[in-house]
Design a protein around this ligand. Structure first.
Ligand SMILES: [Mg+2]
Length: 235
């Protein structure tokens, strides 16, 4: 058999996302505190708890992490006694700064060359539940289609997301001829498997789940070319 298309998760697949979030969380919250001095009343951990609660109460926006932050921040600003239109303006500036920090990522040293090489042979798509817009990053130029869950109104693990991505990559790509690459056991490996695709599961957290047929465990995305060669039966 031959692999005809590849879809990619990005966070913790093409870069280590932990340092990005560790910077982003306190930094944009501190920026807002410098403006409205709210953080003593609503500390950072309370902001994170409220986001969790908001997501659980609003399944319609749960997949859109930026929108969840926007709604919760706006509520916090209003509680501080800030009137409109200033409340919305401050919220939008905090979100703008948060998104700037969100895109300060450092890809794994292998990611650029890997995607450059793969893009010559395969149509490539991004499927992310996160709020990084790959169009804003140099790595994004290697992809033929980019799907952010928030924009689609549906997110992984829905098979619809995977099928939409494959449809965007070509008319004749059946799920079993495509492979999805990602680190989440539930949202990448099992989700792609459930959509009928093969999956390269990047086990960054050393979870060592037992893989069903068609799901292949890798330690790092740099091991992907060897797996593809094996699947393609390349000499
Ligand atoms: Mg990921």
């Amino acid at each position: 058999m031959t692999i005809k298309a590849i879809t990619f998760d990005i966070d913790d697949t093409l870069w280590d996302n932990a340092p990005v979030m560790a910077r982003l969380e306190p930094a944009h919250y501190q920026w807002l505190d410098d403006q409205i001095h709210h953080a003593q009343r609503v500390p950072l951990d309370e902001y994170m708890r409220r986001r969790q609660a908001f997501s659980e109460a609003h399944p319609d926006v749960r997949g859109d992490h930026t929108e969840v932050r926007r709604r919760v921040l706006h509520q916090i600003v209003r509680e501080q006694g800030i009137e409109e239109p200033l409340a919305t303006q401050l919220t939008e500036r905090a979100i703008h700064y948060m998104l700037a920090l969100r895109h300060q990522i450092e890809p794994y040293e292998e990611s650029e060359a890997l995607l450059e090489t793969l893009s010559k042979r395969y149509p490539l798509a991004v499927i992310t539940n996160g709020n990084v817009d790959m169009r804003r990053l140099p790595l994004g130029r290697h992809f033929d289609a980019i799907f952010n869950a928030g924009e689609l109104g549906m997110s992984k693990p829905s098979p619809k997301v995977f099928h939409a991505a494959l449809a965007a990559l070509g008319d004749d790509i059946r799920p079993e001829d495509a492979i999805h690459v990602g680190d989440s056991w539930a949202h990448d490996a099992l989700a792609a498997h459930g959509a009928g695709m093969k999956a390269a599961w990047i086990d960054v957290h050393d979870q060592h789940h037992e893989c069903p047929e068609g799901v292949y465990r890798l330690n790092h995305v740099r091991e992907l070319p060897a797996l593809l060669a094996q699947l393609n039966g390349d000499a």
